[in-house]
Design a protein around this ligand. Structure first.
Ligand code: SF4
Length: 413
């Protein structure tokens, strides 16, 4: 079975991803993991994350994928030995030194080669396999014809299907370090490739000449986001083992919406394949429509059919409008459910419960009670409250509740 692999920037996002159908999640500890801004997990959180995954039939992969320097390496053996003790299902590694250390310290832990290793050919993948890796996360710069070759060579592959793209080879980029002091290769990218740029003549400091492609300015490096939802049948047929979603720094609404859509789409593909072997499966438009609110820069299929061109960049601006915003997360199911409020909730609010699959259930808040069971008219972001709804709903823990954004709500009235 093809695995759906989801990002987890914190414990709550991990639980949401598993709730919405991820077969496996990946996350990082406070050290040795890229995505330093993703709110990486403390030791106790990593332990809780692994236990939660295993209790819910999912796998937990831990990223140890920084480009380590000698000073970093001193603490790596103890960390990997500890990850083995808490039962992680695989380590995601890019640095050969960390790989070698893991093989010495905990040879039983499966190792997945990170996309940061930029594996673009079968010989490289065989190198990793012979060294003891069980899976290779292929570079994003490969098309479907090349991806197929890895499966034919007996390599267990993981392929990115959704999320932000670098304009360099998967994070091998110094732009952020030069401009902001934040090193992409240590997981701290500030995404300056998506900034708005202007022109400055060297003898006129502080005077910025606008470079205008249109009224919004110029965004010279700004790639659209990857989306391969319509290409899942080809990826599954190509023998890809794991479909990976990018986005450890994204919010809960992205995790819920993107994971549940890919879960539904992958189930659709697998179901059709089981019933009509080798059928030419066409993906219903509904899947792509579900993902549109999350593609803040528009979507591209990147290298899937061949190298991308200027149409895969977004020159018009840095982001598009979002239709929905997250309102709350269900932290305890049942009737009434307990919610952690994302933004303010008020009695009378009309919201939508995001079901598993693609379903949505609209409802109205009829009453709110605080943690001491006192009735209140509103709850603020971060508070935990009991909520009565019309109609009465049996909400599941770690489901997400969304709200139509005010601007959109008004224009749609
Ligand atoms: S600046 Fe852009 S291209 Fe460079 S690492 Fe960051 S996201 Fe990738």
């Amino acid at each position: 079975m093809t695995e759906l692999l989801a990002p987890a920037g914190n414990l709550e996002k991990l639980k949401i991803a598993v709730h919405y159908g991820a077969d496996a999640v990946y996350f990082g500890g406070k050290e040795f993991s890229l995505r330093a801004q993703a709110g990486n997990f403390s030791d106790s959180e990593q332990k809780e994350a692994v236990d939660f995954c295993h209790d819910h039939g999912a796998k937990a992969y831990v990223t140890v994928n920084v480009f380590a320097h000698n000073a970093d390496m001193r603490r790596v053996p103890d960390y990997i030995a500890w990850l083995y003790e808490i039962g992680v299902d695989a380590l995601i590694i890019s640095d050969p030194g960390i790989f070698r250390t893991a093989k010495k310290v905990a040879p039983e832990i499966p190792i997945h080669v990170s996309t940061q290793a930029n594996t673009t050919n079968v010989e490289s993948a065989l190198f990793w396999k012979e060294a003891g890796a069980v899976r290779v996360n292929l570079a994003r710069e490969l098309g479907i014809k090349e991806i197929r070759k890895f499966s034919e060579a007996g390599i267990d592959t993981e392929v990115f299907v959704h999320g932000a793209l670098c304009i360099s080879y998967s994070g091998r980029c110094m732009l952020s370090l030069y401009m902001t002091g934040r090193d992409a290769n240590m997981g701290a990218c500030a995404h300056p490739c998506r900034y708005r740029y202007a022109l400055q003549e060297e003898k006129r400091p502080g005077i910025y000449f606008p470079v205008e492609e249109d009224s919004r300015g110029v965004y010279i490096f700004n790639s659209r986001d990857l989306c391969l939802i319509n290409r899942l049948p080809e990826l599954v047929t190509a023998g890809v083992s794991s479909l990976k979603i990018e986005g450890r720094m994204k919010g809960i609404f992205y995790v819920a919406g993107v994971v549940r859509t890919y879960r539904a789409a992958l189930d659709y593909v697998l179901d059709h394949m089981n019933r009509e072997e080798n059928a030419d499966i066409k993906m219903p438009e509904q899947f792509m429509n579900e993902l549109k609110p999350f593609g803040s820069r528009g979507y591209t299929e990147n290298f899937f059919d061949g190298p991308p061109d200027s149409t895969d960049m977004l020159y018009e601006g840095g982001c598009a409008d979002q239709t929905w915003s997250p309102a709350a997360v269900v932290v305890r199911g049942g009737k009434p459910p307990m919610l952690r409020v994302g933004h303010i909730l008020r009695t009378g609010d009309r919201l939508e419960y995001m079901e598993k699959g693609l379903g949505i259930t609209p409802f109205r808040i009829s009453a709110i009670y605080d943690e001491n069971n006192r009735k209140t008219d509103q709850a603020l972001g971060g508070e935990t409250v009991l909520v009565h709804t019309e109609p009465e709903l049996d909400m599941e823990p770690w489901a997400v509740i969304r709200r139509l954004q005010a601007k959109k709500a008004e224009s749609s009235r």
